[in-house]
Design a protein around this ligand. Structure first.
Ligand SMILES: Nc1ncnc2c1ncn2[C@@H]1O[C@H](COP(=O)(O)OP(=O)(O)OP(=O)(O)O)[C@@H](O)[C@H]1O
Ligand SMILES: [Mg+2]
Length: 512
């Protein structure tokens, strides 16, 4: 740590001036100019927010700082001296630690092994399991996370995996902690664990870069906020200028106040045809490891939300309905017919499409954007001999992506898309598959403000004739999308809110 707690209390952030300077750094991938030019400086003890639309270049910028990628031009100065951030280990020598946007853990290893990975403690050259455990316990403790150290990472929830990545970053004693969308997919309570942790580390003089689409968090936490648009750092605001309204304007742009397709917010009260209660997806007495006796009907022609705090059973319920976990008891009926799915692929064959909450498991990294969208729908475009008509596949894929406001070269590898655009492409996969039952777990994770609305419009459109279930930790999303919300508490249904009852307060009240 660079400053004692006492010093931090009496000195405002950055009273020594900037210790890190970024001058005109740029990065391209083939013909794509991911980052055209970014300059910024960082002060000790500040939280520096970075905001901007999907694909703006935010992650690219911090990958250059964290040594994950090398800049084409420009320079990075630490304490006045230029440093070539040629690898993550060079960055780590300067205590610049990046927590990346996508989950990056070793699933078959334990929590301890993941925390110390790459910086294992040794005593006289031998690995010290005792020190590794001590360090891990203190990193988890710094976040307020109580997890068994020897647990295997693959057994953790997506939320705990994200928090574990934060613990790993903290374990490196950062001078600059870079958090790329650290609260994506986290409910309010878990997000506050992250924000409290940030407040604690900056009080000790650590500098934090905070990238987020959650503008309320950014407004609350950050001393300065820089905006990236189309690969350029356009401005930096500070202090009282950082209001939610100012941030929204910077993301959406005053010339582009509605989303790209120009549609307006969906208001559930305007739905004219009532949902059909005789068909849809019916869950009865469903029980598993953490859920017990869950029953509800998700009627066709509507959106059913599922929500609850971490550990309330939402993750298990959704993965059970989608065929990714087996129930201990209970039944799932599709339009009245009982089903027993052995896997998500089996569920898909019977018309249930599933977007998992952790997109890293859903993306097929070695495939193109087109292939990732069309992978579960190829039979749609095949002729009688089973040969896929490429032209039909291509035009359908393009039009689906266009409706999701993703206008990219569809032959690019999916990994060339920004996080938010990958997420949209995965929703596109479900649109393409034309399944009758759609289960979306956190569909708008990492998606920017304007595109979030576009995605909601698409989900609403899908729900006109199908059964849609959306698990979400974000009350505003549930309010915008759902015709009913199933609220879970301690593995059981606490309340089912009907269309008229759904509001943010009622949701918060029901799940806590
Ligand atoms: N490996 C790559 N190959 C080709 N293009 C890439 C690659 N990585 C990123 N890009 C492109 O660079 C641009 C910036 O991407 P970046 O991931 O930095 O965006 P972002 O601001 O972090 O967006 P998001 O909010 O969605 O996370 C995008 O157009 C993206 O498609
Ligand atoms: Mg990003």
């Amino acid at each position: 740590m660079t400053a004692s707690t006492h010093e931090a209390e009496v000195r405002p952030p950055g009273s020594d001036g900037p210790w890190l300077e970024v001058r005109g750094i740029a990065k391209h991938y083939g013909g794509v100019k991911a980052l055209r030019s970014a300059s910024m400086d960082l002060l000790a003890g500040e939280v520096h927010g970075i905001i901007g639309p999907n694909g703006a270049g935010k992650s690219t910028l911090v990958k250059l700082l964290g040594g994950v990628e090398s800049a084409d031009t420009g320079s990075i100065l630490v304490d006045g001296s230029e440093v070539e951030m040629s690898s993550p280990s060079v960055a780590q020598q300067h205590r610049i630690i990046l927590m990346p946007q996508e989950l990056s853990l070793v699933p078959e290893s334990s929590i301890v092994d993941n925390i110390v990975l790459g910086s294992e403690p040794t005593v006289f050259g031998a690995l010290s399991a005792k020190q590794a455990r001590r360090r891990s316990a203190s990193a988890l403790d710094a976040i307020g996370l109580d997890l068994p150290l020897s647990a295997q990472v693959s057994d953790l929830s997506t939320v705990h995996k994200r928090l574990l990545m934060l613990a790993r970053a903290l374990d490196r004693a950062p001078r600059l902690l870079i958090l790329d969308e650290p609260t994506a997919g986290l409910a309010a309570h878990e997000a506050s664990l992250v924000m409290d942790t940030v407040s604690r580390v900056v009080a000790k003089g650590v500098t934090v870069i905070y990238i987020s689409h959650h503008l309320t968090e950014v407004a609350k936490l950050c001393n300065r906020v820089s905006t990236v648009r189309e690969g350029r750092m356009v401005d930096t605001i500070c202090g009282d200028d950082i209001t939610k309204a100012a941030l929204v304007e910077r993301i959406v742009g005053s010339d582009n106040a509605t989303h790209p397709s120009g549609s307006v917010a969906f208001d559930p009260s305007t739905v004219t045809s009532p949902p059909d209660r005789s068909s849809g997806l019916q869950v009865e007495g469903l029980a598993g490891e953490r859920i017990a006796g869950i029953s509800f009907l998700a009627p066709r022609g509507s959106v059913t939300g599922i929500t609850g705090l971490l550990g309330s059973g939402v993750a298990e319920l959704v993965s059970t309905i989608a065929g990714a976990s087996r129930p201990l008891r209970g039944t799932i009926r599709l339009d009245g017919i009982e089903e027993n799915f052995s896997s998500p692929a089996d569920a898909l064959r019977r018309g249930v499409g599933y977007l998992a909450g952790d997109r890293t498991t859903a993306v097929v990294p070695e495939m193109s954007v087109r292939e990732n969208v069309s992978i579960s729908a190829l039979s749609r475009w095949a002729n009688a001999l089973g040969i896929v008509k490429k032209r039909r596949e291509l035009s359908a894929t393009k039009s689906i992506l266009h409706s999701l406001a993703v206008d990219v070269d569809v032959e690019l590898p999916i990994t060339a898309l920004s996080g938010g655009n990958q997420q949209r492409a995965l929703v596109g996969r479900l649109v393409a598959s034309e399944v009758e039952f759609i289960i979306l777990d956190e569909p708008t994770v990492g998606v920017d403000l304007a595109a979030r609305q576009a995605l909601w419009d698409v989900i609403h459109e899908l729900s006109q004739t199908r059964t849609v279930i959306v698990a979400s930790s974000e009350p505003d999303e549930l309010v915008a999308l759902c015709d009913q919300v199933v609220c879970l508490k301690h593995g059981s249904v606490a309340q089912v809110l009907t269309a008229q009852e759904i509001n943010q307060n009622a949701i918060t009240h029901a799940v806590t």
